[in-house]
Design a protein around this ligand. Structure first.
Ligand code: ADP
Ligand code: MG
Length: 245
């Protein structure tokens, strides 16, 4: 099969009890595309991202990542997940290991790399996120912004094809936000395929190829940053942007 898309989601539905959270989401993401998802709290953005690597099981619909249907029981979800990096609001670094060990753990355990290869890769990604001098530090000694950059390096160390970000800067002190966004912008420049849930409208405007406005479990509107931020068509989009801009 010839795959034009890295991610192809068709008519995704997900409920929690009576609460229908995703009401038929369809989205295609091309290689190297950067998609920013915005929308009110509770609109289903996190649930959608979690479905993409099967942290949540959808009720219906299809999700094809790199050509693999992740709902198909025959698909080895662990292998697919190894190619999807995920960065959350909270970084969940292991406090009893050094920064370097945090980054090398998964690639070595999952036998993607030898210890030496993993270390070389880890140092490369630490340099990319501006933390070369912190390899031997304990995560508890780092600031929130530094921890989040380590979390990004850790995700990159698996050499993922796709990176998913769920509000990576919203738990950070304001002065830490810029450094993390800069790393993400650099990744975009290098051609990483990314889906990013964010409240940072300036970042979305600068970096996104496409902006998706989520509202009440549906994609209410999508377009280029210019279309969404400067000429929103739907009243829900206009309302939301009036509140956050
Ligand atoms: P967003 O990320 O846009 O704020 P979420 O995807 O977190 O939205 O949540 C969408 C809705 O799903 C909310 O009403 C939330 O309460 C509900 N929800 C999310 N996760 C769960 C869960 N594990 N169990 C029950 N309800 C959930
Ligand atoms: Mg969320």
């Amino acid at each position: 099969m010839d795959n034009q898309y890295k991610i192809e989601v068709t008519d995704l539905h997900k409920s929690y009890g009576d609460n229908e959270v995703l009401k038929g989401i369809s989205l295609q993401v091309k290689p190297s595309e950067v998609v920013c998802m915005i929308g009110p709290s509770g609109s289903g953005k996190s649930t959608f991202l979690r479905c993409l690597n099967k942290l949540e099981a959808p009720d219906s619909g299809h999700i094809i990542i790199d050509g693999y249907d992740i709902a198909d029981p025959k698909t080895n979800i662990d292998l697919v997940r190894q190619n999807i990096g995920m960065v959350f609001q909270h970084f969940n670094l292991f406090p009893n290991m050094s920064v370097l060990e945090n980054i090398t753990l998964a690639p070595v355990q999952l036998k993607k790399m030898t210890k030496e290869e993993a270390k070389t890769a880890a140092l490369k990604y630490l340099e990319m996120v501006g933390l070369s001098d912190k390899a031997d530090a304990n995560p508890t000694s780092l600031s929130g912004g530094q921890k989040q950059r380590v979390a990004i390096a850790r995700a990159l160390a698996m050499k993922p094809d796709v990176m998913l970000f769920d509000e990576p800067t919203s738990a950070l002190d304001p002065e830490m936000v810029g450094d993390v966004l800069e790393v993400m912008q650099e990744l975009a420049r290098e051609g990483m395929t990314m889906v990013i849930v964010t409240h940072e409208m300036g970042f979305a405007k600068r970096v996104a190829d496409r902006v998706i406005f989520f509202h009440d479990g549906v994609i209410r509107e999508e377009g280029t940053p210019e279309e969404i931020f400067d000429h929103p068509q739907h009243p829900d989009t206009q309302n939301f942007l009036e509140k956050v801009l």
